[in-house]
Write a protein that binds this ligand. Sequence first.
Ligand code: GLA
Length: 732
Amino acid sequence: MDIVFHEGTKQFHLFNDKVSYVIGIFPNGEPGLLYYGKRIHDREDYSYLINYEFRAMMVGKPDNEVFSMEMNRCDYPSFGTSDLREPAFDITYENGSRVSNFQYVSHEIKDGKPGIPGLPAVYTEDDAEAKTLNIRFKDELTGMELILSYTVMRDHPVITRNARFINGGDTSVRIEKAMSLSIDLPDRDYDWIQFSGAWGREKVPIERKLDEGITAVRSMRGHSSANHNPFVILKRKNTDEFQGEAIGLSLVYSGNFVTEAECDTYRTLRFMTGINPEGFSWKLDPKEEFQTPEAILTWTEEGLNGLSQSIHRLFRKRLSRGAWKEKERPILLNNWEATMMDFDEEAILKIASKGKEAGVELFVLDDGWFGKRDDDTSGLGDWYVNTKKLPGSIGGLAEKIHDMGLMFGLWFEPEMVNPDSDLYRAHPDWILAVPGRERSLGRHQMVLDMSKDEVWDYLYERMHSIIEEGKIDYVKWDMNRTISECYSNGTPAEEQGKVYHRYILNVYRLYEKLIADFPELLFESCSSGGSRFDAGIMYYAPQTWGSDDTDAVERLKIQYGTSYGYPISSIGAHVSEAPNQQTGRITPISTRAAVAYFGTFGYEMDLNKVSDEEFSEIKKQIAFMKENRGLIQSGDFYRLLSPFEDNYCSWMIVSEDKKKAVFAYYRILSEPNSAHRKVRLKGLDRDRLYHFDGSEYYGSELMEIGVEITEAPGIEWKTPSGDFVSGVFVIE
Ligand code: GLA
């Protein structure tokens, strides 16, 4: 890995074993992306990649008209000059003009990767792991400065980028758009894959061929959202799960975003991501700076599984932080689906104690323990323990749970308030709303104005004090409605365009402070399931509740879709009761567990209510997970059969040393007299002899011949096992 600067040509070559990224300074002083892709040889001069060509209607440099930004591959394109495709940034100056010309001034190359103050980012543990290039540009006329920052990682096929604007002039400007990165690729022969959905059906991969025009996903909801995810893949037409070229683009941000690809009519492609410019307008006074979030480019030629594995490794090792990032996650029991908000201390202790008997390690008390909170119409915001339900307060309950030998976790939804709450009665101006206009309600709640420091102070004081009182081990941080009527009361008119972003910055600051105060605390993020499941939140919370939909069949799709951009160790997955509360479907408890094993495992039900037979099966499931979670949470995950395309789903996880694997398959609906189905396993050592399902096979046999996953005709067909069956096998 290195970053080489070629003085004579002013070109930079960032590379590691896998990828190269070549930046050149164009004749107008702006940066160009001369090459991005598989590692190439370094050379002094790649200027042959700068285009000088005449095209009708084109505009170019006055002293050299054949140089036009439009005909070149830009690296952070500006608004309104000789390139009229989508710009990466847009600044309005004091006189109303929007044209900038950021020219190269200087650069520095450093070992390691500096953090981004106040924002989540990939990090290194040792400076030898990465190199960072900061290139400084200046717009001479206005004094505005731009620093583009690039990091190449030694052990990951990854380039990270961010941009920083500094107002070095003497008048205020307005930044109307500031992407985290923009890259131009020389052809547009890619398929685009986005991950979209809604509550209860998150992250469905949606694929389409790119063509002339703009393809985009975005959020205007104030959170990254279940509707579209800030992770997009570009893949070559022939790329499949196991081979071929693909690029993943992840935005490390949890608020409004846009990721888009623009194909121009010369068959080239622009690909960018950043804060959604809609609803964003940042007034920057002289000497002030604006910092974009980080974006991560991951490249592979090993297919979509290869791409996902690289992202998983990076996120697990160098995006998640803290005590829990690579530690085996506790098996938890959450009371939400068991009791909703209707409980008292006795009921909770009974559920927790049965969990302990089953082998659970962490008990989580969900919504309803505070304020006047008997249903979702009241109490939100009043973070004071409801002593009618919990006479001994949180401290008293926590002590009893801890005495059972369990860890204790608690639910919070800090960013919200019910109109019927003491908090709202005391501070009606603490919500996001436009004075004099109706404000929308969602789940009977309003959104607190997190951009206000006094709101932050209140939440910090309350959360800190409760976590301390209960010696809380785990916090489920929820966020259950979209932001609307985003207006901050008391904030000057010209600062209103900052509110969405400041909101997220203060969410991050609250996480950061609580992590600093309680370094052993495990955070699980949640937003009605996966509505804020993104790379930004992963920096604070190593796991996120995958979906409120706990139905095993639905979860196959949700977890399969989520696995493209996020590691298995980040996906909260629980076994819940049957019939399932979201779909009414009855699935065997074995299949419910077989799906939930591939995530951070737990139960979301009252174990006192299951039959003795089921309870003993649950004990075995927990023992299985304790034995295998180390591998499941840290191994290489392979998608084998897609539930989006098939009546079957299959996946497996292989340890880094390839000595052990866990393989699972699922057959959704029963089939009479099934045709043969074989799954070829992946990632094993060809020459190693493995134990599999009572016999021994070479890795080569398991991978080339595969394993049969249909019911054996002649034996079981007379007593067919029915719908929703699964098999989970440890391969050693
Ligand atoms: C959201 C979460 C659930 C649960 C409820 C509590 O819907 O996703 O898991 O915590 O809130 O109100």
